[in-house]
Design a protein. Structure first.
Length: 612
């Protein structure tokens, strides 16, 4: 490209062209050079291995499109101008680097945004792009930004790019020139009446902190979610059933193609791993049973089952064959994006469609008749990007919660006694005929009778509690808690643990038969250390090795007596507890993060549905 540029300039009379091959992102040798005019179509793709930018950029990012726009904006002279073609991520992506870049542009140099239709770069790329118009001197004196949306550039948007009528480039050029001239002459822009564009105050763009540069977001009426037209699902998608399930092992032997059943649709989430976990059918099944292959992006919507199951939705991340018990929704992507429709359908309650059935089922016609709001494709992309940005934060926070386990590094000098020899008592609850019966429970009882549902993986849960009468409390011989006791569940959901310390409000507690009390010798073993040990990977591995009973798993006391516990000095126990509790404060913050970002997703969808 450098050689072609040199020849081109020579042919146009430039006898001393200044063209430099130079990496603007990783080298800062020419950082102090500035330009009056920059025209650029910078590469959108980050190179293999990523980018290692130097430290002089004002925006901290690793994405090439962010860094190039930042570089151009920073290297204009005080009266400099620029025109930059950018991908859609620059316009509305919610990550910090994108928002910081848009904020910097709005405050310092941006005067106009021209939205181009997807396909203007065909046959090379169908990517959706926009043009950013920068003018540093005009931006400082203007309190607004012009937005223009081109839907027809004079050519078809297919691979052939055949000429057609109705091009809008000329009109945009006229309206943009009028806007810029009004700014230069310090005339009010309120008198201008653009037919394709609109002028938006910077304070409105900055209002929610996103600095979104999608003009349609600010157009009068479009901004209000309730103004989106509602359409029936069948108007924007094909709604059909999957295939009858193959019967017989011969249809699955050596199979390589995924067959999705209702049992595979286990949760309300986008699932790219759904196909990998499903049964596989072979070529014999596909040919003989004429199975239909559904494309990636197909939304799966259960047609029958319990009402809670009907509210599961999944969008397939790869092509697959699908059971007839699932409705398959294949969106017309010229009208509706699959992930956008998926998010909308997650808020559709199947009980509203079949409210009177204990074991409801849905007809395809009922699913197809679901009414959904349908903003323009550009707005759909923006909404999906916003939700997926929130979802990435949620997924990361959940990964922290799911994978964190306290770890106790074991020093070779520490004794490691078995539970039988460790400095604590193991106490169980009463069983058999002495166990409380229905008449022994009372809402006014003074003694809490602890159920396994009240002991979770990280402590007590007292949202549902039961009390036994004083008479029954006195009749029970075992299982009464003392402050400092540690509980471990040994039946049902085994391995949950809780510490009965001064923070627990109940003074009288007895346990049921699904847990054990561990009562440490306080002079040798900290209750808090024992509590964290039960949560640790050190103990979980032992617990899983000794659990018995496939249908009803349990931890028998006899087997637990053979488990081992690292037993450091008290001072070391205190240090370990302090370290773990400091970690857990940080980990627990992820729960609030999840709750906050789930609310953000629901607020976004409520806005689309017109509920707020």
């Amino acid at each position: 490209m450098v050689r072609l540029s040199l020849v081109n300039l020579y042919l146009h009379g430039f006898t001393d062209p200044h063209i430099v091959e130079y990496d603007t992102l990783t080298s800062e040798d020419r950082w102090n050079e500035f330009a009056d005019v920059i025209l650029a179509n910078p590469p959108f793709m980050s190179p293999k291995g990523g980018i290692k930018p130097h430290k002089r950029f004002s925006i901290q990012a690793k994405r090439s499109e962010v860094l190039f726009v930042d570089y151009i904006a920073e290297h204009l002279t005080p009266t400099g101008r620029a025109g930059i073609i950018v991908p859609e991520g620059i316009i509305f992506q919610s990550q910090t680097a994108y928002k910081d870049l848009r904020k910097m542009l709005v405050e310092n140099s941006l005067v106009a945004v021209v939205s181009l239709p997807a396909g203007v770069f065909n046959p090379y790329s169908g990517v959706k792009t926009s043009i950013l118009i920068l003018d540093k001197s005009l931006a400082k004196q203007s309190d607004s930004i012009a937005f223009f949306k081109i839907e027809n550039d004079g050519f078809g948007l297919g691979a052939q790019r055949r000429a057609n009528s109705g091009e809008q480039l000329t009109q945009v050029k006229i309206e943009l020139a009028e806007y810029l001239q009004a700014l230069r002459s310090r005339q009010p822009t309120d008198n201008l009446q653009p037919t394709i564009g609109l002028f938006v105050k910077k304070e409105k763009i900055a209002a929610n902190g996103d600095y979104n540069l999608s003009g349609e977001r600010y157009r009068e009426g479009v901004e209000r979610a309730s103004s989106y037209p509602h359409v029936r699902l069948e108007e924007v998608a094909r709604v059909t059933s999957g295939n009858s399930a193959p019967q017989g092992d011969e249809y699955f032997a050596g199979g390589e193609s995924a067959f999705i059943r209702t049992s595979d649709v286990g949760a309300v989430h986008l699932s790219d791993n759904l196909v990998g976990s499903a049964d596989k059918v072979n070529a014999k099944a596909i040919a003989e049973l004429r199975l239909e292959l559904f494309p990636a992006g197909t939304i799966l919507f259960p047609k029958s089952g319990a009402s809670t199951f009907l509210n599961h939705r999944v969008v397939m991340g790869a092509p697959a064959y699908v059971s007839s018990h699932l409705a398959c929704i294949i969106c017309d992507e010229s009208k509706a994006l699959p992930k956008f429709v998926y998010h909308l359908l997650c808020r559709v309650d199947a009980r509203d469609i079949t409210p009177d059935q204990a074991y409801p089922s849905l007809r395809l016609s009922e699913i197809g008749a679901i009414s959904i709001p349908l903003p323009p494709l550009e707005v759909q992309k923006e909404i999906v990007a916003e939700i997926e940005g929130y979802q990435k934060v949620i997924n990361g926070a959940r990964a922290v919660l799911d994978n964190y386990r306290p770890h106790i590094p074991i020093h070779p000098d520490w004794p490691i006694p078995t539970f039988e020899d460790a400095p604590f008592q193991i106490i169980d609850g009463d069983r058999g005929t002495n166990y409380p019966s229905k008449e022994d429970f009372s809402p006014t009882g003074h003694c809490l009778f602890l159920n396994t549902k009240n002991v979770r993986s990280d402590g007590f849960k007292f949202d549902e509690v039961e009390f036994i009468t004083p008479d029954k409390d006195r009749a029970l011989r075992k299982g009464k808690l003392e402050r400092g006791d540690v509980l471990l569940t040994t039946r049902g959901t085994i391995g949950n643990t809780a510490l009965y310390d001064a923070s627990v409000e109940f003074d009288h507690i007895r346990i049921n038969s699904g847990m054990l009390i561990f009562r440490p010798d306080a002079a040798k073993l900290l209750s808090s250390y024992l509590f964290h040990f039960f949560q640790s990977e050190n103990f979980r591995a032992q617990r899983e090795a000794i659990v018995s009973g496939a249908a009803q798993p349990q931890l028998p006391i006899r087997s637990l007596n053979e488990a081992k516990i690292p037993f450091p000095p008290l001072a070391t126990q205190q240090a370990i507890v302090a370290e773990i509790e400091a970690e857990q404060v940080l980990v627990a913050a992820n729960r609030e993060l999840i709750a906050r970002f789930e609310k953000k997703i629901q607020a976004t969808l409520a806005r689309v549905w017109g509920e707020t």
